[in-house]
Design a protein around this ligand. Structure first.
Ligand code: ADP
Length: 283
């Protein structure tokens, strides 16, 4: 390995330092893709704004950035001086995504070190201003990008999103184990696509099962934050860039997200979730 290239051990033990102006950073993670992590991150960020907090979201899902679409944002962030970028803003939330900066196909072929450098820049070279909370939408899985986040960001904690069925929970367990290993507090588990209520007959069908995430959270001794149903309105509003917490704030789904945001904020702001700074040792 060349001298210029830090070893994993050296990188892993580098010290986390704060992001100026940002009080708390939380990560939203999932063991696998397609479980609704980005939709949940977006609506949670809006939920924080709905309870009066200054909120931002960093889309670190380099391989599949969704936040520009979810927030209905287009265009490029403004450059502020030689190194800083101004985040985009919609529905009162500051948003930064690799999707604003590069063609999606390009990011898809990046190797690990490029991914790490991109995420680090988006954390540190963006003029976030004063934020109570910054939500980081992590790429799915437990790879290099997640480890980098853990070591380079003073994370107040991590939220894991899972669907209820066993196959998704197996992956969620890996996510839980990863955060435990790097000593990041687990703020809790969210069960997404928890059940389906037929809009015509109101019959509730647990398409992916129901309650699996709650049982898993209890088994692991971590908080269970709530269930979000599988619902066409959530799908349509997300995919149309009109996220449900912003566009239907009085609806039942928005209330779920806002309540979860409130629980997370209570844990983070009371310091209930705090732990010593992470020290990662990779065997
Ligand atoms: P991930 O970030 O885990 O890959 P996404 O947030 O991109 O997943 O969601 C995948 C798809 O599922 C999107 O089309 C999104 O609109 C849809 N989706 C997410 N959560 C729900 C939900 N609770 N009800 C209905 N559709 C959902």
């Amino acid at each position: 390995m060349s001298a210029a290239q830090p070893t994993m051990q050296a990188r892993a033990t580098s010290k986390a330092s704060g992001i100026p102006g940002v009080k708390h950073v939380i990560a939203v993670a999932s063991g696998k893709g397609g479980v609704g992590k980005s939709t949940t991150s977006c609506n949670l960020a809006l939920g924080f704004a709905a309870i009066g907090l200054k909120a931002g979201i960093l889309d670190a899902d380099i391989y599949g950035p969704s936040q520009p679409k979810l927030f209905g944002l287009r265009g490029k962030p403004r450059q502020l001086g030689p190194r800083m970028l101004e985040p985009m803003e919609r529905f009162g939330v500051k948003v930064m995504s690799i999707g604003f900066l590069v063609e999606e196909d390009l990011a898809m072929i990046w190797r690990g070190p490029m991914v790490i450098s991109a995420i680090t820049q988006m954390l540190r070279e963006v003029a976030w201003g004063d934020l109570d909370i910054l939500v980081v939408d992590l790429p799915p899985g437990t790879g290099d990008a997640q480890l980098t986040m853990a070591q380079q960001t003073p994370l107040a904690g991590a939220v894991i999103v899972s669907t209820p069925q066993d196959i998704a929970l197996i992956d969620a367990r890996r996510g839980i184990a990863m955060f435990e290993k790097v000593n990041i507090p687990l703020l809790g588990l969210i069960e997404n696509m928890s059940s389906f209520c037929c809009p015509t007959c109101n019959h509730v069908t647990p398409i992916f099962g129901h309650g699996g995430a709650r049982v898993e959270a209890e088994r692991r001794g971590i908080p269970f934050l709530g269930e979000i149903p599988l619902d066409i309105q959530i799908r349509e509003t997300s995919d149309d860039g009109r996220p449900i917490v912003a566009t239907e704030p009085d609806g039942v789904h928005a209330r779920h997200y806002v309540e979860i945001a409130r629980s997370i904020w209570t844990a983070v702001s009371s310091g209930a979730a705090s732990r010593p700074p992470p020290r990662i040792v990779i065997e």
